[in-house]
Each structure stands twice: as C-alpha cells, then as structure tokens.
Design a protein. Structure first.
Length: 271
C-alpha cells in the first residue's frame, strides 16, 4: 500500500464513514509494515475541506452565538462545534503525515496514532449528537483549521501553530466548558463531561507530541525554539494576548515552560 497516495485519498474523502473506514484499513496496514513511502511524492495544496459536501461553511466570525446549555439544542450546538474540531483534527493529523516526507518513522507513528484517537473522539461526540436528535452537519461550521493546515507548509511552523498553539488552546477551553456543564448537572451534561474529560486527557499527549517534533524540527533547521511566539504570530496575529484562563498544569505536562506560559497568562506557574 502506497503511503502518501493512500493518505491523499483518505484526506479528500468527502463521506465521514468512508474516510474513517479507509483510515482504519490504512492504519492497520501501516502498523503491520505493509505500507511503502513513495520517493517521488509531491503533496497537493488542497483548496476545499473534506467536509464541504455535507456541512454549511461560514466565516468563523459569523457563526451563531452558543445557545443555553440547559436546552437540548444548546447542548447539541456545543457538541456539534467540538465534533467539528475533532473531525478537522483527523485531517490535521493525517496532513501532518501527508505533507512532510523524509521524517523519522516515529513521526508518522505519532501522528497516525493521534488521528486514530481523533476518530474515536469524533465518534463519541457523534453518538451524543444522535441522542440529542442531531447529526454532524446540522449546524454551520468554519474552515479555519483547514485553512491553517494549507498555510503552514514548513514542519517547524506546522508543529508550532497547530499542535503547540491551536491544540494547546483546547487544553484551556475544555475545563471551562466542563465547569459550565457541571452547574447544569443533568444526564446528558454528565455524558458530555465524560467525553470531554477523555478528550482533554488525550489531547495533552497530542500537544506533547507536537512539542517533541517542534523541537526536533528546530534542531534540524537550526532554528531557535524560543522563536515559538514569533512563528505563531505570523499566522495568528494576537497570539500573545493574555488569556482569561490557562490550564497551567496540562500545558506543563504537554511540554510548555513557565516562561512560555507567562507570555499569555498572569496565573502562577512554577517549574
């Protein structure tokens, strides 16, 4: 099985069931040593996200405001927005593998493992959506994560911006959502909390993998890892703006130093 050619087909698959089934078959073959890297591979720059055929895409700034979490529709909107992030994250992890050839095999192992976990996260949330009477695609979505993936074409920039900044921001957001749901304390809120706690714990490792490969790539390209916020700010102006809440404990587990955390937070941090 050809590694990059197969990944391209999975990345561009427009049906979620087809994408996930194809990925599982590919991942099984990869783990069994039945895939081969093509030397002549040239990655495509994609212009349309794989979810475009079944989701209504709008600018992120025009997405409807989140509804009350005490209503079924409000819960569904929340779950749908997180499910969209997880579905986008499947493609992000796969694009990490597709976009950069000649990396150590451990790199591909790491990001395919992440893709497998993102699939599981998406499926957990999809099941909750069904219980609420909705499906993925029922609410409008943005294409921000897709667009970032097609702009960060250098491995240092990709690892800095995607896992180490955007996914790390998820470590900050999840505990705040969990606290809001705890105040509602009904059956479905508890089920959403359970899913979010699983996702939060596993996302720490995703960010840690990003930290590992960011530092590896910086060394290879003779770049200073301390340029992190400079790199991120080129793609995301305002990235160093102070955050209301930062999950210091989880960020430290994921490889962030207190010096890095202090750039975006006034919360206490001890090495």
């Amino acid at each position: 099985m050809r590694f990059f050619t197969t990944l391209e087909k999975i990345l561009t698959a427009s049906d979620p069931r087809e994408k996930i089934a194809s990925f599982h078959a590919f991942y099984e073959a990869f783990l069994a040593g039945e895939t081969a890297f093509e030397e002549d591979h040239t990655p495509e720059i994609f212009t349309t996200p794989s979810f475009a055929s079944f989701c209504t895409i709008v600018p992120a700034t025009t997405l409807p405001k989140r509804k009350s979490l005490s209503t079924p529709k409000g819960k569904a909107y929340l779950v749908h927005s997180i499910a969209h992030i997880e579905y986008s994250a499947i493609d992000l992890a796969l694009d990490h593998c597709y976009r950069f050839k000649g990396m150590p095999e451990a790199y591909y192992h790491d990001w395919l493992e992440v893709a497998e976990e993102e699939v599981r996260h998406f499926q957990m949330l999809e099941e909750i959506l069904k219980k609420l009477g909705y499906a993925y695609g029922d609410f409008p979505v943005h294409r921000f994560l897709f667009d970032i993936s097609q702009k960060t074409l250098n491995i240092v920039d990709r690892m800095a911006v995607v896992p180490r900044y955007l996914e790390a921001s998820g470590l900050d957001a999840s505990p705040q959502v969990i606290e809001k749901l705890k105040r509602i304390d009904d059956f479905l809120s508890r089920e959403i909390i359970q899913a979010l706690e699983v996702i939060l714990e596993e996302e720490i490792d995703h960010v840690r993998k990003g930290d590992r490969w960011y530092r590896w790539a910086c060394e290879k390209q003779k770049r200073d890892p301390a340029e992190y916020y400079t790199i991120v700010s080129r793609y995301l102006p305002g990235a160093t703006k102070e955050k209301h809440y930062v999950n210091v404990k989880s960020r430290k587990k994921a490889g962030f130093s207190c010096d890095e955390i202090r750039v975006i937070s006034s919360q206490p941090c001890e090495e």
